[in-house]
Ligand binder design. Sequence first.
Ligand SMILES: [Zn+2]
Length: 177
Amino acid sequence: MCNSTTSLVKLFLIKMKKYNLIYILLICIGCNSQNNSNSKTDQKRSKYKISKSDIEWKNELNSLQYYVLRQAGTERAFTGKYDKNFSEGIYVCAACQSPLYESSYKYDSKSGWPSFDRGITENIEYDVDYKLGYARSELKCSSCGGHLGHLFNDGPKSTTGKRHCINSAALIFISKK
Ligand SMILES: [Zn+2]
């Protein structure tokens, strides 16, 4: 009787050890995957020189700028303040002030959005966007990742043949004068 109780206790202890081990293992796996997901988020954050949280962007930008730059939205055609602006100067990113377009690259595409035949290459990132169900070349600010607009191949043939179709809300114009 006593023996069988002892062996039962032993068996119980062995099982407990086994479960403890499994439990410890599960905790370790959990920690590891959490670490992995944290480092993935960090990588995502550190891809751009200028990296801010969604709340910080929301506080710094007006609602249209936030919608365009951070949510890849598009302002309505012919409503942007720079569509018909042909003054001499430079267009910088409205979120991080990185120089994106020279006024000499701008032309009147009559599309209703500011259009440029090229950008300041090193400050612009090309991405692909499937928002409308097909691939479009998306243009972003390479310093902060802000969405600027899209790239089309119907630009002036006399120069590059490209059209950078950009939202006014993504830009701030700095006049040379
Ligand atoms: Zn930017």
